[in-house]
Write a protein that binds this ligand. Sequence first.
Ligand SMILES: *Cc1c(COP(=O)(O)O)cnc(C)c1O
Length: 401
Amino acid sequence: MNTIPLSNPCLTLLEKKLVMQVLQSSQLSLGSNLVEFEHRIARFIGSKYAIAVNSGTSALHLCVKALDIQEGDEVITTPFSFVASANCMLYEHAKPVFVDIDPNTFNMETEQIRDAITAKTRAILPVHVFGLPCDMQSITEIASEFNLGIIEDACEAIGAECRIRDPHRDSQNGNPFIDKKVGGIGDCSAFGFYPNKQITTGEGGVVVTNSESIAKLCRSWRNQGRSESQHWLQHERLGYNYRLSEINCALGVAQMQHIRSILLTRNKVAQWYNERLLGAEEIIRPFEPQDARRSWFVYVVRLQDRFTRRDRDNLMENLRKNGIECRSYFPPIHLQPFYAKTFGYKRGDFPNTEHLADRTIALPFFTNMTEFQVERVCAVLLQELRKIASTKNVPLNVSVD
Ligand SMILES: *Cc1c(COP(=O)(O)O)cnc(C)c1O
C-alpha cells in the first residue's frame, strides 16, 4: 500500500533547468535569479518591493524590525498559527498579545482586537491561516484609528485575495471596493517558501512592502547591515545573514512562472475534497468565503463538536495505519511548552482556538494529487470516523468534553 503524503512540492523540468544553469554559472549568491525572483513576486502581489530572505521566519523578523518594534512593545496576533508568527516578536523582546479566533474562519476575531489594544500596542499581525484572508477591511480600519502598524503573515496565503475599500477611489464613481492580493495590504508582509507551501524555494521567504525605506532597510539587514552602496565590508547597522542563494532563487523563478496554474490546480483538488465530503455530517469542511478568495495551502477538516481530542487523535492514528499521512493543525501557540512556561498561559485562555485545535486534521493535500487519491483519503476518513462515532453512542451535536 502506497502512503499518501501530507504534502509534496510541484517541481517540473523548468525548475531543474534553472537550478542547473545556476550550478553551471559561478554566481551562487546575490545574482540575477535573486533580482528576477523578487521582481516576479512584487509584480504578482502588486507591491512595489520584494526582498527575498532565507525563510518566512526571517521575513517576519525583518517586518517586526522594519516597524521599529522594540522591547516592551505589544503586537496583537493569533494563537492559532505556526509558532513563527509569534516568535518574531520575541526576537526583538516585544510581546505577542493573542486574541481568540473566529470558529468558522479560524482567523483572528477582529471584534476582539480593540479590547486587546493598550498604550503599548504598536502593531497588528494578522495571519491568513490556511490561505484564507483575514478581515483586512476591519483590521486596516482599527489600525488607522489607533495608529498601529500592520504586518501580514501571508506565509500560507500566496495568491489569496480579499475585498477592501480603496481609499483612492471615490465611492460616487461606482464600486469603492477592490480585490487585493494578501500581503499587499499591510505596511509589510511575509511570505514563506518551505516545501509544503503552495510554491517552494526549498527554504526561503520574502518581505513585501510599498515603502522604499523599509525595502532599503530589509536589504541591508539581510546582508549583515551593509550600507546601501553595498560597499564591500562596510556595515552601517547590526544585520544578519538572511540571504537566499541563487539556487533557491532559481527554484523560485521557475515556481513563479507557473504559479497561476499551481493555484488553479490546488483549487481543483480542494473541490474534489469538498464534493466527496459534502453531506458527511461528522465533519465541517473548510470555510467558503463570500467576498474573498482562498489560496489553498492545506485541506483541514474539523470534526463535529461531539468528538473529543482523543477521538481526533485515534482517527489520525487509524488514518496513518491505512497509509494516509495527516497532522493536527495547529497546536495552539499559547500552549506550546515554551509559551506556557514563559508567559504562564494555560488551557482555557483562548477557548475557540483550543476547541478547534482539538478537532482539526490536515489531510493529504498537494498540487499533483490525483482524484483517485482524494477518493481514497475520503473513503478511509469517513469509514474510520464512523467507526469511532458508533462507539460513542451520544446524540448529535452534544458536546462531551
Ligand atoms: C510556514 C509559515 C511561516 C514561515 O515558516 P519558515 O519555515 O520560516 O519559512 C510563518 N508563518 C506561518 C503561519 C507559516 O505557515
